[in-house]
Ligand binder design. Structure first.
Ligand SMILES: Nc1ncnc2c1ncn2[C@@H]1O[C@H](COP(=O)(O)OP(=O)(O)OP(=O)(O)O)[C@@H](O)[C@H]1O
Ligand SMILES: [Mg+2]
Length: 297
């Protein structure tokens, strides 16, 4: 890969035409938000919000219901125009996402799993995955689209025969995976996941967590992961940002966060559920399985 970045003396560098090598900032940040303000009428959602997401990290975003986590994600990807602030993704502002080459380039580098999945109900799973590919690569033939979507379906942990199914024919866990397959459609460098494990049973949620961690590690992804799931925060995230009082009040590892004395952070991470998740994580790290006596046999 390094050779692609080398500046040729003889000819201009044309390797960024595939979108993989768009201009990169050297600040090590995938996402940079400064002074963000969002309001709906008199209701101020964000004010003076700053956020840094480092390249290659999985950053969890937590906060009470309605604190503006989804609105923050929508602002970063250009779906919600803020009143004030600056937002850059890989060094490109996303506040004015017109259809010019630079903004298309940056949009092609992210994938989004919306809260609730947001699949097109009249399209099959495979067709859903093909939507973003068709948008950016209209010249691709149907056979190639079928091959790529089949690969993404399996990459997201679905059985290959899920491709021709409609969203209404899937379980909740399969809908999340189908939405993940669509988010992975364009080989993104950056993934936005809004409550990916909400509503899943604990075993499916843990399997989804593992899938995200594995994909991030193998594909070198940066992930912004909005979640209420304490187990996910412990097992998947490198750092966690806490949204409260209309801004990011703290960001760091969970150990760093619990060392602060903010009452919401203390209650969230050190309440009964937070402590149980912490214990489970400690056990996981130590490779201990709980003592369970099976009956029968
Ligand atoms: N398009 C909109 N018009 C008006 N108000 C909105 C709009 N979108 C979001 N809001 C309001 O903004 C606030 C933040 O919403 P948001 O969906 O970001 O919360 P959240 O932190 O994601 O909550 P949850 O954890 O329940 O998903 C809420 O009070 C919501 O009602
Ligand atoms: Mg939300």
């Amino acid at each position: 890969m390094t050779g692609l970045h080398r500046v040729s003396e003889a000819a201009p560098d044309v390797t960024n035409q595939d979108g993989l090598h768009a201009p990169e900032t050297d600040d090590g940040l995938a996402i940079k938000v400064r002074g963000l303000r969002n309001a709906f009428g008199a209701q101020v959602i964000h004010d003076q919000l700053d956020l840094d997401v480092r390249r290659g990290e999985i950053l969890g975003v937590v906060g009470g219901s309605g604190t503006g986590k989804s609105v923050l994600m929508r602002s970063i990807i250009g779906l919600q125009v803020p009143e004030h602030g600056e937002i850059t993704v890989f060094g490109t502002s996303t506040l004015d996402l017109s259809d010019d080459a630079a903004t298309r380039d940056v949009r092609r580098r992210w994938g989004v799993l919306f809260q609730g999945g947001a699949l097109f109900s009249t399209l099959t799973v495979a067709e859903n995955v093909q939507v973003p590919i068709r948008e950016f690569y209209p010249e691709l033939g149907q056979q190639l689209l079928d091959d790529i979507s089949a690969y993404k379906v399996v990459l997201a942990g679905l059985p290959a025969n899920a491709g021709p199914k409609y969203p209404s024919e899937l379980s909740g866990g399969m809908v999340k995976r189908a939405a993940l397959a669509r988010a992975l459609a364009l080989d993104p460098a950056l993934l936005f996941l809004d409550e990916p494990t909400a509503g899943l049973d604990p075993i499916s949620a843990a399997a989804f967590d593992e899938l995200i961690r594995d994909l991030a590690d193998t594909l070198g992804l940066t992930v912004l992961l909005i979640t209420h799931d304490l187990d996910t925060l412990h097992s998947v995230c490198d750092r966690v940002a806490v949204l409260a009082d209309r801004r990011v009040i703290a960001i760091g590892t969970i150990d760093q966060l619990v060392a602060t004395d903010h009452p919401w952070i203390q209650e969230y991470f050190m309440g009964p559920r937070g402590r149980a998740a912490q214990l489970a994580d400690t056990r996981r790290s130590a490779g201990n399985s709980p003592d369970i006596q099976a009956s029968g046999g």
